[in-house]
Design a protein around this ligand. Structure first.
Ligand SMILES: NC(=O)c1ccc[n+]([C@@H]2O[C@H](COP(=O)([O-])OP(=O)(O)OC[C@H]3O[C@@H](n4cnc5c(N)ncnc54)[C@H](O)[C@@H]3O)[C@@H](O)[C@H]2O)c1
Length: 153
């Protein structure tokens, strides 16, 4: 485990940080002295999060994690300001409530684009600098009970 002291002052990136688990991750990271890059597609949610945290501890970017170039641009800005990420939280995700075969191909691609490609885009944009940095770092991927077992449909 990395000691909390080794993470203080270093960058955390959280996708889907506008609400729910992602906002909780962002708040916890700030409470531990980390700098947070909060990514979300919802600008209003990001603004509410930023307004509730110390100004010098959080940067926000309206980014769709399915967009590799947008993730890369946000990574460049944040790492230039705060250095390589110490914690990469691939948390943004959406759900399709229904049977797999009832999805349209567009819905299927959107789901994959966010839940699968989106996590890859974060790793691709942030992880090489973290590894090159040499200090301990962590990757957190928010999953689901649905990622551990399958159900009907
Ligand atoms: N809460 C649960 O019970 C539960 C159960 C299983 C899995 N999960 C997973 O946990 C993660 C967080 O869930 P939550 O309950 O906090 O969700 P939430 O809906 O409260 O928050 C998700 C956030 O992700 C943002 N988002 C959606 N699409 C995005 C995109 N393309 N790019 C960037 N941001 C995007 C949303 O705007 C929202 O702010 C998700 O990956 C979800 O699939 C949650």
């Amino acid at each position: 485990m990395t000691a909390a002291a080794d993470l203080a002052g270093r960058l955390t990136v959280v996708s889907g940080a506008g609400g729910g688990i992602g906002a909780g991750l962002a708040r916890e990271a700030v409470s531990r002295g980390m700098k947070v890059l909060a990514l979300d597609v919802d600008a209003a949610r990001l603004a509410a999060l930023a307004g509730s945290l110390p100004r010098d501890a959080v940067r926000t970017a309206v980014v769709d994690v399915a967009d590799a170039e947008a993730v890369a641009a946000a990574a460049s800005e944040a790492t230039a300001a705060w250095g390589p990420a110490a914690l990469i939280c691939c948390n943004a995700g959406i759900e399709f409530a229904g049977r797999t075969w009832d999805m349209t191909p567009d819905q299927w691609r959107r789901l994959q684009g966010i839940n699968v490609d989106g996590a890859f885009h974060l790793l691709h944009a942030f992880l090489p600098a973290t590894i090159a940095d040499g200090r301990p770092g962590h990757v957190l991927v928010t999953s689901s009970v649905g990622g551990l077992s399958s159900g009907a449909g």
